[in-house]
Design a protein around this ligand. Sequence first.
Ligand code: ADP
Ligand code: MG
Length: 466
Amino acid sequence: MIPLTLARIAEITGGELHGDPAAAVTGEVVIDSRRAGPGGLFAAVAGERADGHDFAAAAVAAGATAVLATRPVPVPSVLARSILVGDVPAALAALARAVIDALPSATVAGITGSSGKTTTKDLAAQLVERLGPTIAPAGSFNNEFGHPLTVLRADASTRYLVLELSARGPGHIAYLCRVAPPRYGVVLNVGHAHAGEFGGLDQVARAKGELVEALPADGVAILNADDPRVLAMAARTAARVVTFGVDDPSAAIRAADVRLDDEGRPTFTLLTPEGQAAITLRLHGAHIVPDAVAAAALARELGLGLADIADGLCAAVARSRWRMEVHRRGDGVTVINDAYNANPESVRAALQALRHLAAAGRGFAILGHMAELGGTSRASHEDIGEFAAQAELAGLIAVGDEAAPILAGARRVRSWTGEALAVPDGQAALEALSNQLKPGDVVLVKASRAARLEGVAADLLEGAAR
Ligand SMILES: Nc1ncnc2c1ncn2[C@@H]1O[C@H](COP(=O)(O)OP(=O)(O)O)[C@@H](O)[C@H]1O
Ligand SMILES: [Mg+2]
């Protein structure tokens, strides 16, 4: 962060300062006391399981200059360096905004969409870093805490911030855009993630479009030409519009001739106004091609040349865990760990990748439920089951009650000869599958975060190592 005195932090946040007004925060702003370090600011947040106020003393012992809190913590060392505010996330937002306003040479790019934000953010960051010092969040640090904390990492050397913006309701993205006003905005797709909370796809589109509404006239809206709801956002922005897509010749930046290699890694030709380039990604699944093209379009607008874009995309690695990680075991069984989250679009994408990878062997899917789909949940799970059966899997294991409708959907496909199994938890899925696996088989593990199936994928891998 740029150095700020406690007096200035109190002024920005409207907080009540207890301590030395001239003392300065020079280190990181954190909400996890284990990450607190010398010169930092510890923000005490009351969560579901723990209350950050209980860890304020530990943060100070680790060297934090001050504590941002909603009530006094009765420990002398903390009382002597506290800024008391009504609302910690709002205070972090105000601080982040002040930092961004103090850094006019830092350009903010925001990425939103229902699926692929983290993947696109990670790819885009690996391109934009070639242009200058870049801040991008780790993993999915994209909500009312993660977003300001990421922005607060910026300092005078920062040239770019590549941010992931997520929404669970209307107004969320507009809020994040006020915290760090973007000049560049990428909208990937409008899908069913959190659609239950929004009320439907049109409401999702309204919310995602808040990003392009926040762009200034000299900004750039980078929109997916293959998604009509995204393309329609062109009417909602003052910014210049640049389109990207796959195959659709109307897109300014696009991928053509998409193919997957044996490992499921996409190869394609990137077409731009400056010419074309051959790309082979190190990530897996055809569904990430639009993410890569979106990242390319953003980097190009920021000034990166085609050769660097191509080189950067081919070199880019997965920076965030549990998204389409493909591991080959010593015995020739392949495990796809895509257990970070799940919604109808991303499960279909993963099943397609599974089908491709298992072309020469048998494909198995261990699927947990897709959360937050609202009234369409049952039907969505059945549709996924039907899709899985059509993909001719050898076995489909549904984990937990909420995932069970997947099997009912699979049985709708009369011609399907695979095995369908309902199990209560990940352990039971492992027991059911482990002994059956043989060389050439491919197992996909996918579910919403709440199902916590990433351990199943890890156990499948370790089981073979034993
Ligand atoms: N363009 C896309 N369409 C459908 N699924 C996608 C797309 N990009 C990524 N995914 C899948 O969606 C899941 C979440 O990816 P991630 O990049 O973490 O997205 P987000 O940050 O939007 O949740 C992963 O399973 C990933 O493989
Ligand atoms: Mg994410």
